[in-house]
Design a protein around this ligand. Structure first.
Ligand SMILES: NC(=O)c1ccc[n+]([C@@H]2O[C@H](COP(=O)([O-])OP(=O)(O)OC[C@H]3O[C@@H](n4cnc5c(N)ncnc54)[C@H](O)[C@@H]3O)[C@@H](O)[C@H]2O)c1
Length: 364
């Protein structure tokens, strides 16, 4: 049962429905677990940063609802989201004496969710999975949609699966311990979702942007719900990323290139996406694909959210062009660019690799 303080967004995907519960704290986690199954063992996967901050709250709530959590801690960091960490984790999960009904619960950011989810998808050919996201980015994006996986030496997220969670439970109070920089990253994805939804949503964000940047809890709760609803709609329409789900890559073609050239971790993902979103909109305006004015609005919104809108000058143009040219979504000599034509209207436009240099100029 969802209490009055909580709200819940349903994600309907491939014949199943799961709730994304947005609650003030982790206190209601255990009670929400009834959708997963009868209480028993649950493997709680967290990392060395989030565990000491929030695992006890999660464990207490699970215990009160009759669950017996067994905590497994993985290393922190994108550079540890790899096959080695996954391999150690699956052995640890097996050592917990799991059966096919034992849930694996991820408590942490997108990295923990992606690794634990891939472990849940693969241990015993799949056990129930629960996401308890503790970064804004994971709440509004990574925990919803069922993409799980790890990086390899050849690139990001190249090994993985689609494995939907049975429950996503976001306790907004966990964001209190999140750094400003990580909060901003999540706001970058909120901005992206807002453009995908439409004009009224953009106007609402224009009103709320400063409050969000200042961590207003009521506004954060509201916008986590709005953003999840946006992602849930896209995922429901295209669970396996065969079509419309590609629109979620808005701002990401340039964003990934910035992350690659700057060196992972130097410029954070959400910041790079914001720069990419503004630049691709400016480019689209110059080409006449987008009515003038949207880029300026997006740039103001990004600034109000505390996000950068221009790429640092020291990033090498040539390297950025090369990185865009190697984008995963490239087919032969053409890129597929996600272009916002207007709030709520996004198009996929082919861009010959020979024209990438012109696109990259709009980052500066
Ligand atoms: N599966 C998907 O659909 C999807 C979508 C978007 C992103 N992702 C993935 O998500 C990852 C990025 O996620 P992220 O931004 O959450 O990064 P992250 O998981 O690395 O978290 C960022 C940092 O914040 C720390 N942290 C987490 N919660 C905290 C809290 N409440 N208080 C203090 N510190 C906290 C983490 O330990 C980490 O150091 C990337 O690997 C990306 O590929 C996946």
């Amino acid at each position: 049962m969802v209490s009055q303080e909580q709200k819940s967004v349903d994600v309907q995907v491939e014949g199943c429905t799961y709730p994304v519960v947005i609650a003030p704290t982790l206190a209601g986690l255990g009670a929400s677990m009834h959708v997963v199954g009868k209480p028993g063992r649950v493997v709680l996967v967290t990392n060395e940063v989030v565990g000491p901050l929030h695992a006890e709250d999660a464990e207490r709530s699970l215990g009160e609802a009759g669950w017996s959590p067994i905590r497994v801690t993985i290393p922190d960091g994108e550079d540890r989201k790899d096959l080695h960490t996954w391999r150690v984790l699956v052995e640890q999960i097996l050592d917990c004496g799991v059966d096919r009904n034992t849930p694996v619960l991820a408590l942490g950011g997108g990295v923990t969710g992606d690794i634990a989810g891939f472990a849940a998808a693969t241990v015993l050919r799949g056990v129930p999975f629960v996401q308890v996201p503790t970064t804004l980015l994971a709440m509004v994006d990574a925990s919803v949609g069922g993409k799980v996986g790890v990086n390899t030496e050849r690139g990001k997220n190249l090994v993985g699966a689609f494995w939907q969670p049975r429950l996503v439970y976001a306790g907004i109070a966990t964001l209190e311990t999140l750094s400003e920089a990580e909060l901003r990253c999540g706001l970058g994805e909120v901005l992206k979702h807002t453009v995908l939804v439409g004009e009224a949503e953009m106007q609402a964000l224009e009103i709320d942007a400063c409050a969000l940047a200042n961590r207003d809890v009521a506004r954060l709760t509201d916008w986590v719900g709005r953003s999840v609803a946006c992602k849930a709609g896209v995922v429901a329409a295209d669970p396996r990323e065969a079509g419309v789900r590609a629109t979620l890559n808005l701002g990401h073609t340039l964003g990934h290139a910035i992350e690659t050239v700057a060196g992972f971790g130097e410029i954070r993902h959400g910041e790079a996406v914001a720069m990419g979103l503004v630049a691709v909109t400016r480019f689209a305006e110059a080409r006449g694909w987008t009515a003038p004015g949207l880029a300026r609005r997006l740039s103001s919104l990004a600034s109000a959210l505390g996000l950068p809108t221009q790429c640092p000058n020291n990033l090498d143009h040539g390297a950025l062009c090369a990185a865009v040219g190697f984008d995963k979504k490239r087919s032969r000599a053409t890129l597929t660019l996600v272009v916002p034509c207007a709030p709520g209207r996004v198009e996929l436009r082919p861009l010959p690799v020979g024209e990438v240099a012109e696109l990259v100029q709009f980052l500066f």
